[in-house]
Design a protein around this ligand. Structure first.
Ligand code: ZN
Length: 304
């Protein structure tokens, strides 16, 4: 199974080199995506027919991110802007809305049918934006990206459609593979504790209970009551590990480790999970498939 996963990742890495040479760029349409996950979908579909760049790199928290002057310049020269939506980019929503009146703009995650979105606990009439952590839900966003790309360059429709089909095949294999991997964790210990609530869709899709110290946005601070509850839950279920995220402060997770210790239970930090940002471009974790696979590997190895 492990080698199968590597084959998928290598195929993806081979298919999309993120650094497109300036000279090759020419007059190709240019796509600007906010997050790495969206950017990755764009380059998988657009291939060598378009250029693309992401606004937010590794370790960047989209809930808190404010657009810089440089970002505005990037948005202005884009032929197509793709963002997650569902208020993920909370501090950029005004700018994105305004840009939407000027040029083709897509809130890709808003293409996921409302019936399969989870509501955001603590936020009235709002939904959880972290849809990329269920491959099945994310495919709706990818499909919408594919449509937007085709609309921008209809001449190459066949090429984009073929790329989308190929990418979907990889995503489907990944989905089934993840389901199998999570089953390796003993049922009682299938509990994922993280700092912020980015993994609700992941839990729903792959069969693991998720508990977080912060809500679905990192804007709100965590309360002490949550920590006490989570400590009890960890001890009660004999959970071996909890997880930090690459784009969120480790403070709250370290407080839980310390709290468990004081009650005589040793819980370790099981590793870093990519939640709202991917790894460095050009590495395995700098792709959607690579970062997602890395998360599953980290979770399964620490909890089983
Ligand atoms: Zn988040």
């Amino acid at each position: 199974m492990r080698s199968y996963f590597l084959v998928i990742v290598l195929l993806v890495l081979a298919a999309c080199s993120p650094e497109q040479k300036e000279s090759e760029a020419g007059n190709k349409p240019h796509v600007v995506a906010t997050t790495g996950m969206l950017y990755d979908a764009v380059i998988n579909i657009a291939g060598n027919k378009m250029t693309a760049e992401a606004i937010m790199g590794p370790g960047v928290d989209p809930h808190l991110y404010k657009a810089t002057q440089g970002d505005l310049a990037k948005f202005n020269k884009a032929d197509l802007i793709i963002y997650n939506g569902i208020l993920l980019e909370g501090k950029m929503s005004e700018i994105l809305k305004k840009l939407g009146r000027q040029k083709p703009t897509l809130a890709a995650a808003e293409s996921v049918p409302k019936e399969i979105l989870k509501s955001a606990i603590g936020y009235e009439d709002a939904y959880d934006p972290h849809v990329w952590f269920d491959v099945t839900r994310w495919k709706y966003a990818v499909k919408a990206i594919s449509h937007a790309i085709i609309e921008l360059d209809t001449v190459n429709q066949e090429y984009y459609t073929a790329n989308t089909k190929k990418y979907f095949t990889q995503l489907d294999s990944l989905h089934n593979y993840f389901k199998q991997r999570i089953k390796e964790i003993p049922e009682k210990q299938r509990i994922l504790v993280t700092a912020h609530d980015a993994f609700v869709y992941f839990g729903d899709a792959y069969g693991i209970r998720v508990e977080a110290l912060q809500g679905i946005s990192t804007v709100a601070d965590f309360g002490l009551k949550d920590i006490a509850e989570i400590i009890d839950l960890i001890i009660e279920n004999d959970i071996k590990a909890i997880f930090v995220e690459t784009s969120v402060s480790e403070k709250s997770i370290n407080a839980v480790v310390q709290g468990c210790k004081e009650k005589g239970h040793n819980v370790k930090v099981g590793g870093y999970l990519y939640s709202d940002a991917m790894g460095e471009l050009g590495t395995e974790e700098g792709t959607y498939i690579g970062m997602f696979s890395s998360n599953v590997e980290t979770i399964v190895n620490a909890l089983k």
